[in-house]
Write a protein that binds this ligand. Structure first.
Ligand code: SF4
Ligand code: SF4
Length: 200
């Protein structure tokens, strides 16, 4: 009987201790927020999702080369000198390269931040966005270039024409140089004969 009363008392005591702990926590300062309605501020140096500002990117490919998981893909096209649309980078410098492809595969990115560290124009930055779960892996492959497919075709055509002209000019210069050289060689060959005739 005594054992039975002891067990009943122990049961009550356990509930009282549990309730005391629960009541104490009720009046403590809250450490959680009602996410997603409430959110803690993101620190400015947090390494979340990346964003590329295409108007700042000069196509140097430093980010692509330093990325440890090869998740950045950059393709560039030379800007031809007589391009009427010759663009300026937002920092005021002239752009030497178009950037028709600038892709990041966020399924591979490990958010090391090395790309943001090496970028000379601060074109690539971390954002405060940290929720980007999707149902499809394709949605994690983000294309940042602001060039339309039509514009890429147009700029490729301009470059091909410019390179063809450059090649033709080089070939013409080489032909003229060879012609000049053969004339000089011919003169050099004939001059000793002329000299010997004169001496006779
Ligand atoms: S954060 Fe790191 S892994 Fe992600 S794209 Fe930049 S360099 Fe590559
Ligand atoms: S994002 Fe920066 S580092 Fe990457 S290609 Fe553009 S300018 Fe270069």
């Amino acid at each position: 009987m005594i054992e039975y009363i002891k067990n009943v008392w122990l049961g009550f005591w356990t509930v009282i201790v549990g309730m005391r702990i629960t009541l104490a926590h009720l009046f403590e300062k809250k450490v959680t927020v009602q996410y997603p309605d409430d959110r803690y501020p993101i620190p400015p140096n947090a390494r979340n999702k990346l964003y590329l500002d295409p108007t700042l990117c000069n196509g140097c490919t430093s980010c692509e080369r330093i990325c440890p998981v090869n998740c950045i893909k950059v393709e560039t096209l030379r800007v031809v000198p007589d391009d009427p649309e010759r663009p300026m980078i937002a920092d005021g410098s002239k752009r030497k390269l178009w950037v028709p492809v600038y892709d990041i595969d966020f399924a591979k990115c490990c958010f090391c931040g090395l790309c943001t560290t090496v970028c000379p124009t601060f074109a690539i930055k971390h954002t405060v966005e940290f929720e980007y779960s999707t149902y499809s892996r394709d949605e994690l492959y983000v294309r940042f270039s602001d060039m339309s497919p039509e514009k890429i075709i147009e700029k490729k055509k301009m470059l091909d024409e410019f390179q063809a002209k450059e090649k033709a000019a080089k070939a013409e210069a080489a032909r003229k140089a060879a012609e000049e050289k053969s004339k000089t060689d011919a003169k050099a060959e004939t001059s000793p004969v002329t000299e010997s005739k004169e001496s006779n």
